[in-house]
Design a protein around this ligand. Sequence first.
Ligand SMILES: Cc1cc2nc3c(=O)[nH]c(=O)nc-3n(C[C@H](O)[C@H](O)[C@H](O)COP(=O)(O)OP(=O)(O)OC[C@H]3O[C@@H](n4cnc5c(N)ncnc54)[C@H](O)[C@@H]3O)c2cc1C
Length: 483
Amino acid sequence: MDLNKKDYDAIVVGSGPNGLAAAITMQQAGLSILLVEGRETIGGGMRSAELSLPHFVHDVCSAVYPLAACSPFFKTLPLEKHGLEFINPPIAAAHPFDDGTAAALCRSIEQTAKSLGEDEQSYTKLMKPIAHDWPRIIADVLAPLHFPTHPFEMVRFGLKALTSARHLSKIFHSKKAKGLWAGMTAHSIQPLSNAATSATGLVLMSAAHNDGWPVAKGGSQSIANALGSYFLSLGGTIETNFYVDSLNKLPSAHAILFDVTPKQLLQIAGYKFSSIYKWQLNRYRYGMGVFKIDWALDGPIPFIASECKQAGTIHLGNTFEEIADSEQKTSEGKHPEKPFVLLVQQSLFDSSRAPRGKHTAWAYCHVPNGSTTDMTVQIENQVERFAPGFRDRVMGRHVMNTAEIEEYNPNYIGGDIIGGIMDLGQLFTRPGLRLSPYKTSAKGIYMCSSSTPPGGGVHGMCGYHAAKRALKEVFNKKASIIY
Ligand SMILES: Cc1cc2nc3c(=O)[nH]c(=O)nc-3n(C[C@H](O)[C@H](O)[C@H](O)COP(=O)(O)OP(=O)(O)OC[C@H]3O[C@@H](n4cnc5c(N)ncnc54)[C@H](O)[C@@H]3O)c2cc1C
């Protein structure tokens, strides 16, 4: 180890949830850390802004936080003291159908199961053991491959999680349960016939039954601000408007952790890597992109189903077959007429988002990677389908296609919001099959973004695990890991 005097012990490039988690973990170990961010504010996928009209606060990227609320690392941090308040809507997610009814994912397993009619028993049988085990297995689930701390519970989870959403849907018989399941598993951003798509559904539903699916009071920027404020309180240093396109730009340090994806890392530091590692990064695969809309509304969305009026998140896609078809077509490069739409209505539960009596809503659908097709009409048709009169309430809208999303944040390659497809081939081996996914082939250079395990979402666990690795290898610090 080179212990000559350097400007900083370590530098983290990029201030998304993973960059912030990495910087905090290393600063907590008593090192001197510089966190640099290319944009004018920190946060990555956790920023908010008045995108549509003045005084309407929108979440530019992420909006709902099942994984942040249950993140084993975030749970150890005093984020409330640094201004973060999560608000849990009475219903985590609702799933309306064409007949005016809806399924509801609630904190209570019993209440959720009841909303599924004839599948009450099947839902309880599936979710009760996993949701019960969840507090013990979450740190094993949101981690790189390792021997689990709770092997029996992990096997029970894994046997179901590794199946395809389509396969596991066969335990349900009703349109309601199958539809709810399709909406949950479609967060995997893949065809629902792919292996391991059940994992996403089980994780999101277990999270709902334990910590809920909250929105962040005041906007998602408040999560970034709380993490940043805590990091500064530990003595860390942040520099914004500092875009890194070459290692030469950085002050000297013993370690550099990159909160970027393989494509960018190759451009910045590729010349330092072994040919095998470069080959691995070049083979890394990105998945579907998203087309996103934020609305300023002059009233709440007039959903027909009453459950939707109490839910933070709404899944618009009707039946399992319709959602599966939409995801399949999109993965084949097509733009479905009736795309599966994920919608969040933050202002119903957080009055700070819009002027009195007015509202905000956020939605996206999946599109082929790199698509520049405008999906506004298709998305709004899906909202109107379950909430007639919705369009009349739109006062302003802001849209982003995949190119605009990537321009906003270079980590969203082709509009892929989870740092690379999370199919079976890349779930555990992102960014490549290696002893440690965080360590690159160059001494002192690490990757800590969602392109490493456990992947996409706001939870900070990629950054946490990457930092623990660097602490052990570069700084010889004993790394006790949360499992
Ligand atoms: C539209 C959308 C909706 C989403 N919805 C949700 C949701 O509801 N819930 C959820 O949990 N997740 C959601 N996500 C996903 C989530 O935002 C990401 O998985 C998460 O932010 C990834 O964190 P990260 O730290 O790996 O990277 P990012 O959050 O992408 O942060 C990377 C940071 O690095 C900076 N950066 C990149 N390159 C450089 C460079 N060369 N020099 C300096 N700085 C650089 C970027 O500017 C950025 O600030 C959504 C994402 C999008 C885009």
